[in-house]
Design a protein. Sequence first.
Length: 602
Amino acid sequence: MCGIVGYIGNKDAKEILLTGLERLEYRGYDSAGIYVMDKEGQGHLFKEKGRIAALRDKVDVSVDSTAGIGHTRWATHGVPSVINAHPHQSSSSRFTLVHNGVIENYHEVKDAFLEDSQLKSDTDTEVIVHLVAWYVEEEELTTLDAFRKAIVGLKGSYALALIDNEEPDVIYAAKNKSPLLLGTGEGFNVICSDAMAMIKETDQFIELMDGEVAVLTRNSITLENLAGEEISRDPYTAELDATDLEKGMYPFYMLKEIDEQPAVIRRIIQKYQDENEKLHLNSEVLDVITECDRIYIVAAGTSNHAGWIGKQLIEKIAHIPTEVHVASEFGYNMPILSDNPLFVFISQSGETADSRQVLVKVKEMGYKSLTITNVAGSTLSREADHTLLLHAGPEIAVASTKAYTAQIAVLAILSEVVGKAKGFTHESDMIQDLGIAANAIQSIVDNKEHIEQLASEYLSISRNAFYIGRSMDYYVSQEAALKLKEISYVQTEGFAAGELKHGTIALIEEGTPVIAIVTVESVAGHTRGNLQETQARGAHTMVMAMEGLDRPGDQIVIPRVNPLLSALVSVIPTQLLAYYCSLHRGNDVDKPRNLAKSVTVE
Ligand code: M6R
């Protein structure tokens, strides 16, 4: 949540910052700003409410700048507005700062140090820049010492970049919990929340760690700990293809990412095959899973929904008892744990603060952890004992699609390899089954027009809707409902089909769309019965059934796949329904209101 960038070099800083912010817009998009230093050492501040495009219109193109910092905001403290937009400045405007994270003790800092300072915004951030100024002015510290001293007194999460007008050739940076990378190149250096932002400039990045401060000039990066001791760290090469970040011919990233799913599944199969073309996991990961007596999956949102499918796969194929928990709840309300648990964190971004707080706690308790993520080098990946990568390529639309199917595919492979290692065998061949699922997804995305029509017919004016299902179909219903509500703003519930009649069926009115997912043979009849009950009360019903379980009149028939993998395929029409519903309503599909892709605050 919130993205920050910084640049110091010889090129046009404002353009590099604006392009970087466009790449980070997925982290928040309610206001944005940049502060740039021109060649005469004059600072220029530009801030605007809304998207980066609005900020671009406001930036004075004639400013010739070679250093600066920028920010795109997802509001936590204070409404989206120009005043609350970053960068924030000290009273004299000597210091300018951007921040990603939440300062928990900002009231205390204000009361202790800043009673005489005129703070302009409602943000938690503004106290930091005033505090740096206070230490410089009152204690006559250097800017570096003041910055260090200020952050020692902060509680919460932060990634920070600071400019002092009196040192126009320096940018200071620091972090705690929120991610921050330093990019390096010939005659320039950069700062960014995510390598994506600066991949056009460099692929060489240094990770800044919690409790470290960085000092960047055009030609150097110095790292220190909070005691002022120098640290050396080599850069790594970010394996990001700049073309993966383009929309190409697609109107929205979400549609591109939906279409990429067959290729992603095929890539995952390849990445998890050994030289004999057998599925395999790194031996340390395999050992840690086979040795545990219970798996605790901890995740948020869509990743949590993938976790529920993972539970089915792990229990049915690898025979390990598995629990699934919502990350924001688990850390503060832990169940009784088994003797030898393994914690599995599922996270597209690898940065979700709710999941990270659990990881920090279970590490303190001495338990083992595995992160399943799309982002190598992300916080959850670095901090867990082991990582399995999704290999889905960057997912940019806020609504997660290909990451969900990638998570399920990786969990299926994990279950298969662990099951085999534990001596459980079954008839089917996972590589083949995943390949069949990839083909099935392909055939659905190749026939989108039908789903677009259904979206118009069922969802064009409704204010609410239901997805229902049982067993695996219930878990997919929850994901389907999340997708529809987050981008189309139709209030949607994903419900266990049998549970409706215990109260919620009271919400069914004439025309309420109710969509049943039917891929599990043992409960198909029951789900259809429950759908009938809603139809009898006026619902506008739709059935999405797997071939073999379909009946005449069903609106969507999905190709037959191994029932254990049905979620991979049944979710696709629901992603498309959500996409078209949002599109037809004129929403910004990729950047729905109030949301951000990477949720780095608790
Ligand atoms: O990056 P993560 O997978 O940890 O993110 C967790 C959720 O915020 C995320 O899955 C969210 O629910 C989706 N973007 C919704 O489509």
